[in-house]
Ligand binder design. Sequence first.
Ligand code: ATP
Ligand code: MG
Length: 353
Amino acid sequence: MEKRVAVLQGDGIGPEVTSAAVRILEVVARRFNHTFHFDYGSIGGEAIDSFNDPLPKETIELCESSDAVLLGAVGGPKWDRNPSELRPEKGLLAIRKHFDLFANLRPVKAVPSLLQASPLKEEIVREVDMMIVRELTGGIYFGLPSRKTATAAVDTLVYTREEIERIVEKAFELARMRRGKVTSVDKANVLESSKLWREVVEEKRQRYPDVEVEHQLVDSAAMKLITNPKAFDVVVTENMFGDILSDEASVITGSLGLMPSASVRSDGFGLYEPVHGSAPDVAGMGIANPAAAILSAAMMLRYSFGMDTEAAAIEKAVDTVFEDGHFTADLAGSTDRALSTTEWTDKVIGELD
Ligand code: ATP
Ligand code: MG
């Protein structure tokens, strides 16, 4: 297959970790006979410096002519005091909005050789493998009216049936690619929007008889995520609940720095980025951990390009490198046995080849 990938390296460690991910994709292309074209664009702080715009129109056009977007990270202390329209994070919000990336996918998977990094007991964390699917473009963060006076304030939680349908369909499709279970999280005992949400899930499940469905109230789901996380496969929920639960879930494995993410829409186009930020404290030192960016590239192959075998090969290579005891400084504990970004990436390439 021939695919175009827009690479938006961004700020801080963004260029270092995306370069590592591109190297991995080049190896995959060679080994599996694909052609990937990489085109580079600006976003975030570096785009503010060059274009006075955190998401220049050149970048939008580049992404529009690409099949998927690989992003590093945006932000850093240099731009912290900029006015709100010139903040690096604006670029990220704007690109999600422009491309209508309504589904945020965050896998949470235990790494066998890093179980002790979790604040939870090993037997609770072992074999955790879930995917949180968060609605990203609707709900209370966008509902109107939204205003505050000295004596009262209002936010509005609105969902249309169409908005719920498309995210729920996404969750069912993902469950089919995984272990075939969907947990829909809502607050249907109180919220009207959740009652509609639950109705839509019940309708949609008719079309996916092979997928097991359960409903959980968000308060109880928050508890079960910590007490029995391996019971979850795909978790689908609205924007604010997903915001909270995905951060909660990210600490289960204790390896926030290893987590990839995707923001996608129905036609397969998507933006892939590590969950971690630009880590300005280690930027430019060549010691950043590229695992989350590399695993984000694997998600891109699976969810935008339908290359499941290739994605699994990358994931297996990363797992093996960890199992063999190779770590970057953030995970190595003592720096004398830590590998640099490039050395660690070389190990993954060694496994892939
Ligand atoms: P942001 O606001 O962009 O999310 P942040 O400071 O809140 O930034 P991160 O950028 O994720 O969060 O960084 C948190 C800390 O974790 C950093 O100080 C850095 O030392 C470490 N860190 C995060 N990601 C990595 C990585 N890939 N490799 C090494 N260290 C990392
Ligand atoms: Mg942060």
